[in-house]
Structures are given as structure tokens and as C-alpha cells.
Design a protein around this ligand. Structure first.
Ligand code: BGC
Length: 773
């Protein structure tokens, strides 16, 4: 921010009354902030995303299902499958230009919660099950919005991975899972794209509501990450406004009669006015940024956006299976195509809830687009196959069977009806509606050349998948989704999407199966810890139906010449060093195509428990038939580190790491290793509860404790028990029972006095300080 702006903010702050400051921290109505007209502080308009702009017609109106028309893009779960940062940036840019045209300053997106369970009703609104993929795509989305002068609001911070009772549940998440998984996409988006705002989630995190969570908002987000934007509550998420101000929640939305409570808290001394000033200062910066970025009178190009929506949906389609190169449909295959399934004419193309957009034109249907593209050279017939909401109907099934039999090719369109996945509720099951399953079974029996197309916002189980020769995931593709799928079926677009979420074989195989959505007492135990998504399937050696990262193409790619450059000199903690990785990818098939190259890191012998492999980088490359390119990645310190909860910091370790590069998490095509050597960071301070093994590991305390521990060994294990060895091997030579014992127990045994213990703690402390950097 410029000097002038900073001083203007300071000047305004100085002139605000306590009542005005408090008023600024609470919305004026459903969508706008409170203006302070006498000081020229304008109001900011916030509107939903991320599927498109959802601007309500009035400021008091939630606008659900009745917002101002806007381009309906593919949902985030579809865009996630594109693995394409440029595409996501372009889509967000288009949403921003529609926001500018409508006078909206901030779009409430992207959503970066992880797909912890495929049952989460809102998974269609999130990118991925992996934090790096989610974070990188979020950063691209934020950049796309903000480059066009519209602020982003990355949501929902944090651990809002289920919808059931979302306003009151308590997500119980261990520190490593929180840091390495659930906070990570926010951290990446902040570091790479500096979003104007974040949205605090409805739920509690380890006992405290996110909108009032000082450790989350003040210590981690503002403190550790240095985030200087504003944190906005999810709509109606606030429970105690003054506590929220103290914790670091800048704006409560929507309006509520809570400003008086903030004034009272200051007057009564429960809330420091300096704290309120910090919050208001950040809000004034946010408001002034929004005003400065406003582009008056810039109309949006809705035709171009519709074309972009079609391209985006096409890039997101995932080709699961294609036996006998059934796809793309060409020549004789098109002589008669039976298009079967109500969704082919009445598609489901977006999710329900706060992200639901009123499209700028009727959604394209696969049926009509195939008719238009195949033209007079081929015949397209249609049968509904199932009733509304997926109900099985014997007469419709008979008609579908006949249509499939008569035709040269059948295209069956099935998926999840709107009532199966929506904001505010979790899914009860993973399978398709009975009418859809019955239709697929019937068509697969009647027609060997059957292509199944899926329209759904998140993972489903498909017990018949093995029998289906060609299977296409079309997602909720937005208003141009029908055309995009037709483009893929006919080979006008070569599919290049890859799964951003595992498709399980059975619900029982999924990571959160026994702890989702809650435990019956309002707690949501994130019991699988670090092992969500593919990390779980790898650890448990479970074969999924389709793994994370999977997706076929009409062409083929080879991977070769993987090179990993060993970094030069080891640093104290390795900070700032990068590991350069390169490889050659070649299009070895007969068509132009795009490949998503995925890089995973595996630590061979981790000190702390760790998933088998973790995605750390990816790239999408476009190659003509026969063309090759060099793909380069730069991995940094964090890509190898884990969060050490005892040290309260990211801990780089000396270790051997495998660099795995592949076409999916289960299709690794090349591997190399790299050895990283690091001087360990300063060890965590020792205290009363530190186990004896840690005291014996420190030269400063080892020698004085050896005789005491030797005596203890003998007391428990007899006269022959070995005393701790000398030097650094002393820990290994004592019994595990003794090694695990907190040192305070020695006082209980009378082996140490409280004074001895205090002296030992001071000695360890002094040495720590001496050896500090
Ligand atoms: C949703 C948010 C949304 C807000 C405003 C909430 O119910 O969780 O994602 O931005 O409503 O519509």
C-alpha cells in the first residue's frame, strides 16, 4: 500500500467514533458493509461464487435460485479435475468481469475445503482431496479474480469438511493433519496470491468456533503467515462478536445487532480499543482497495464467457475407461446413436445452495449438441430411461433397451439428482439412484457399444464399471457442459482431466467411513489423521475403483530422462534451497493431447509417521502427436518437511526421498532419489513431562542423569540391568519402559528432588539458548 493510502487510513481511523468503528465490523444488510458517509468511507458489495457470480437482486435478499443472470461455469470439483491453473485463472477472470459489470467488489470463493469423505454434500464446491492441488488451483482462482480488480474470499477456514449441523459441530483435528492438510490450501493461496479476504467457517475447531478462534485467526493466520487481509464470518457464523474482534475476525456477515456489544466490551474493559483499531484499520484498507479497483461501465462479454465455460468443462472431463478405443465416436459409430437418460435432455449442471447461479442462457444438453454436431449424416434417437429424481420405471427401461439394441452406439447419461448432493446436508449414500443403475445395467446388456456418461458433483460408486467398455465423467459442467461432453465424445476435444478425488469401490473403503459426519455428540473426529484421500488407500493398500490422478486420453504419453539435481551445500535448516527436477514427456500417440504430469515425494524412513507419498507439484502440458517437451519442477524445503507438533514448527529432516513422477497416484512412470542433509533445527525445550529418552539425548543433561537412571533400571529390572551407555548411544541401551517415563516421575520415586529437577531444566534451557542460531 502506498504511503498516501496508509496515512489516509490512519487519518480516517483517528476520526471515527467508537460507535462507528464497531459499526464497521458488522454488515449493513445481507451483502454490503456499513458506509461512513461523513468520512467518505464507501460500502463494499460481496456476492457468492465460485461457480459463477450469484448476485442477489436486492441487498436484503439471499437471492437463492433468483439471482442476477451470470455465466454458470463448471463447479469447482470439475475445474479441480482439469489440474489446469491457467484455465482456473481464466474462469475466475471471467467471473470477475461479470462482478465488475454488476458493481460487486468481492466474490465469495474459491472454496478450498478438502474432500475428506465423498459423502460431504458440498464436495462439488471444492477442488480436491489433496492440499497442494487445492491450494495451487485456489491461488490461480484468486489471481484471476484480483487481476480484474475483484477481491477473493477463500473459504471456509477451517475443517468444514461436512455439512451436517455445520453451525455447531466441533471438528476435532490433530495438529499435523491441520497443518499438513486442512490449513495448507489456505496457506498456499495466501503465499502465492494474497487474497483480499478469508471466510471463517461455521464450525468449531478443537472446541472453539472458527469465527472466534484466537489461535487460528491471530496466532496462525495473522501471526505465523503474516496475513494482512480481512477475515469475514460465514453467513450467520458469529456467536460472540466481541470475542471475534479480539480473536481477529474483521467482519461479521450478514447484518446483526451486535455492534453495541463491541462498544460495551470496549467501555467495560473486556476488549482493548487498540485491538478494535487494528481490526478497523485492516477493514479500511480492504474497503479502499475495493473502491480503487472498481471499473465503472465495463460490460462483460457473455458470449465469450459461454465459450470459455464450454472449454473449461471440456478440459475437466475425465475419461475413466475406453476399451477397444470405442471413443471417440467416428464414422459408422455415428450412423445411429441412441442417447438414453433423462439427464441427456434435462442435465444436472451445477450444485444447489449458495453457489447456485441463474445461467445467462438455457444449459446446453448433450442430446441437442450431439444432434447439432453429428448433423444429417447420422441419426440420433432418444429415450428417457428413468423418471424424475432417478426413479426406476419398467416401461421407460423397456423403451431404452429397444433404443439401445436398434442403434449402432448407445450413450447413456446417468448421475446424481440435485437432491442427492447439496449444501447444508451430507449424502446418505455413494451409489447412483436405483433407476440410473437399472438403466445402465439394461443398456450394457442390450448394446456392447455403450458409452456411459456421468453427471455428478463428487465421487460415486459404480458396481457395474468393469462391464462398461467406455466411461466418461462429465461432472456438473455448467451451462455449456452438454456441448463440452459432446466435444469429447466426438473427438473434437481430447480428454485431459484427471481425478482430483479418489473414486472408491465401496463406501466402507473410504477414509472417514467410521467417523463421518459426527460421533453423535456434535464432534467430528478427523480420526484418519494424515491419511485422507489417496494417502489412506496407499496406507491401507486398498484398491480404489479409480485412483486419485487417473484419467485417460485418446493419445498416449511416455515419460523419460527423469533427473533430480542434488542440492549443493546443506544449509542450517535447508531454507531457501531448491531441488530441481526435470523429465521429458512425449506424445506417443496419433492425436494432439494434453497430459497432467504429477510429482509425488516419498520419505524412505520417516522419523514421524508419514503417508506413503504426497503430491508436491504438477504440470499440464499440450503436445502435438510425436512432440516432446521438457517438464521442470522446483521443490523447496517445505515439500520435504513435516509439521512436528512437539517442536511447534515445520521440521526438515536429513533423509532419503524418492521423487515419483507419474500419470496418476497409481501409475508412477519414473523415480529417482535425493538425499537431503540438514543440521537439525534447535530442539524443543525440555520440561517436567519430557521423557527420559529426550534428557539422555542431550549432552547437557546426559551425564548427570546416567547414574540416576541406572539405579532406576536396576530397581525395575534387577541387579543385572545395564546402566545407560556412555555418549550418544545411552538412549538405546535402556529399557523402553524407562525411556518413555516423564522426568517428573523421578521426583515421585525419590530419585531426584524438585530442586534437582529445576536445575536440570535450567541447564537444558541454557544450552538450548547457547546453541540457538
Ligand atoms: C455458505 C457460504 C456462502 C454464504 C453466503 C453460507 O451458507 O456457507 O459459502 O458464501 O452462505 O451465501
Amino acid at each position: 500500500m502506498t504511503q498516501t493510502k496508509t496515512s489516509r487510513v490512519a487519518e480516517t481511523l483517528a476520526q471515527l467514533t467508537l460507535e462507528e468503528k464497531a459499526a464497521l465490523t458488522v454488515g449493513r444488510d445481507t451483502w454490503t458493509t456499513v458506509p461512513i458517509e461523513r468520512l467518505g468511507v464507501p460500502s463494499v458489495w460481496l456476492s457468492d461464487g465460485p461457480t459463477g457470480l450469484r448476485k442477489a437482486r436486492g441487498v436484503e435478499d439471499m437471492g437463492l435460485g433468483a439471482s442476477v443472470p451470470a455465466t454458470c461455469f463448471p463447479t469447482e470439483s470439475a475445474l479441480g479435475a482439469s489440474w489446469d491453473v491457467d484455465l482456473v485463472c481464466a474462469v475466475a477472470g471471467a467471473i470477475a468481469s461479470e462482478a465488475q459489470a454488476e458493481g460487486v467488489h468481492v466474490v465469495l470463493g474459491p472454496g478450498v475445503n478438502l474432500k475428506r469423505s465423498p459423502l460431504c454434500g458440498r464436495n462439488f464446491e471444492y477442488f480436491a482431496e489433496d492440499p497442494v492441488l487445492s491450494g495451487e488451483l485456489a491461488a490461480a482462482f484468486v489471481t484471476g479474480l484480483q487481476e480484474q480488480g475483484v477481491g477473493a474470499c477463500v473459504k471456509h477456514l477451517v475443517a468444514n469438511e461436512s455439512e451436517t449441523d455445520r453451525m455447531i459441530t466441533d471438528s476435532v483435528v490433530n495438529e499435523r493433519a491441520l497443518r499438513e492438510l486442512y490449513l495448507r490450501p489456505f496457506e498456499i493461496a495466501i503465499a502465492k496470491a494474497a487474497p483480499w479476504s478469508l471466510m471463517a467457517a461455521y464450525n468449531r475447531l478443537n472446541g472453539t468456533y472458527c469465527a472466534e478462534h484466537p489461535r487460528l485467526l491471530r496466532d496462525i493466520v495473522a501471526g505465523e503467515w503474516g496475513y494482512s487481509g480481512v477475515v469475514i464470518s460465514d453467513w450467520f457464523a458469529v456467536n460472540d462478536r466481541a470475542a471475534g474482534v479480539a480473536a481477529g475476525l474483521h467482519l461479521q456477515m450478514p447484518s446483526a445487532p451486535t455492534a453495541d456489544a463491541v462498544v460495551a466490551a470496549v467501555r467495560e474493559g473486556h476488549l482493548a480499543e487498540e485491538r478494535l483499531d487494528e481490526i478497523v484499520c485492516a477493514l479500511l484498507v480492504f474497503i479502499s482497495k475495493a473502491g480503487a479497483a472498481r471499473r465503472q461501465g465495463a460490460p462483460a462479454d457473455l458470449d465469450a464467457h459461454h465459450r470459455l465455460a464450454r472449454r473449461a468443462a471440456g478440459e475437466s472431463v475425465v475419461l475413466f475407461k475406453n476399451e477397444g478405443a470405442l471413443l471417440p465416436l467416428e464414422g459408422d459409430a455415428l450412423s445411429e446413436v441412441a442417447v438414453i437418460g433423462l439427464f441427456a435432455r434435462e442435465p444436472r449442471y451445477q450444485g444447489a445452495g449458495s453457489s447456485q447461479v441463474v445461467p445467462t442462457r438455457p444449459a446446453e444438453t448433450l442430446h441437442d449438441e450431439l444432434v447439432a454436431l453429428i448433423g444429417p449424416t447420422g441419426r440420433v434417437t432418444y429415450a428417457a430411461g428413468y423418471g424424475e429424481d432417478g426413479v426406476a420405471d419398467p416401461a421407460l427401461l423397456d423403451e431404452a433397451r429397444e433404443a439401445a439394441q436398434r442403434a449402432r452406439t448407445a450413450v447413456v447419461v446417468v448421475g446424481l439428482p440435485g437432491s442427492y448432493e447439496e449444501e447444508g446436508a451430507d449424502r446418505a449414500r455413494l451409489d447412483l439412484p436405483p433407476g440410473h443403475t437399472a438403466l445402465v445395467e439394461a443398456v450394457l446388456e442390450a448394446q456392447p457399444r455403450a458409452v456411459v456418461v456421468l453427471l455428478n458433483g463428487s465421487a460415486v460408486t459404480l458396481p457395474w464399471a468393469e462391464r462398461s467398455p467406455a466411461l466418461v465423467e462429465g461432472w456438473l459442467g455448467g451451462q455449456a457442459g452438454g456441448g463440452a461432453i459432446a466435444d469429447v465424445l466426438l473427438g473434437r476435444v481430447n480428454p485431459s482431466g484427471k481425478l482430483a478425488e479418489t473414486f472408491p469401490a465401496r463406501l466402507e473403503d473410504t477414509p472417514a467411513y467410521l467417523s463421518f459426519p459426527d460421533d453423535g455428540t456434535g464432534r467430528v473426529p478427523f480420526a484418519e489423521g494424515l491419511f485422507t484421500g489417496y494417502r489412506w488407500y496407499d496406507a491401507r493398500r486398498i484398491a480404489p475403483l479409480f485412483p486419485f490422478g487417473h484419467g485417460l486420453s485418446y493419445t498416449t504419453f511416455s515419460y523419460s530422462d527423469l533427473t533430480v539435481e542434488q542440492p549443493a551445500a546443506p544449509g542450517r535448516d535447508g531454507a531457501g534451497r531448491t531441488v530441481a527436477v526435470s523429465l521429458t514427456v512425449r506424445n506417443t500417440g496419433g492425436r494432439a493431447g494434453r497430459e497432467v504430469v504429477q510429482l509425488y515425494v516419498r520419505e524412505r524412513r520417516p522419523r514421524l509417521q508419514r503417508p506413503d507419498k504426497e503430491l508436491k507439484a504438477f504440470a499440464k502440458v499440450a503436445l502435438e502427436s510425436g512432440e516432446e517437451t521438457e517438464v521442470r519442477f522446483a521443490l523447496d524445503e517445505r515439500d520435504f518437511a513435516v509439521y512436528d507438533p512437539r517442536a511447534g514448527a515445520w521440521a526438515p529432516t536429513s533423509s532419503v526421498f524418492d521423487i515419483l513422477v507419474g500419470a496418476s497416484s497409481r501409475d508412477i512412470r519414473a523415480r529417482e532419489s535425493v538425499t537431503l542433509t540438514r543440521t537439525p533445527a534447535r530442539p524443543a525445550p525440555l520440561g517436567r513431562l519430557s521423557p527420559l529418552r529426550d534428557w539422555l539425548a542431550r549432552p547437557a543433561t546426559r551425564d548427570s542423569l546416567r547414574p540416576v537412571i541406572g539405579a532406576l533400571q536396576r530397581q525395575f529390572f534387577g541387579a543385572e540391568a545395564a546402566p545407560p551407555a556412555e555418549g550418544s548411544g545411552s538412549v538405546d541401551s535402556i529399557n523402553g519402559f524407562v525411556a518413555d517415563m516423564p522426568i517428573a516421575k523421578l521426583v515421585m520415586f525419590g530419585a531426584l528432588s524438585e530442586g534437582d529437577l529445576a536445575r536440570l531444566i535450567a541447564a537444558a534451557d541454557a544450552r538450548d539458548t547457547d546453541s540457538a542460531p
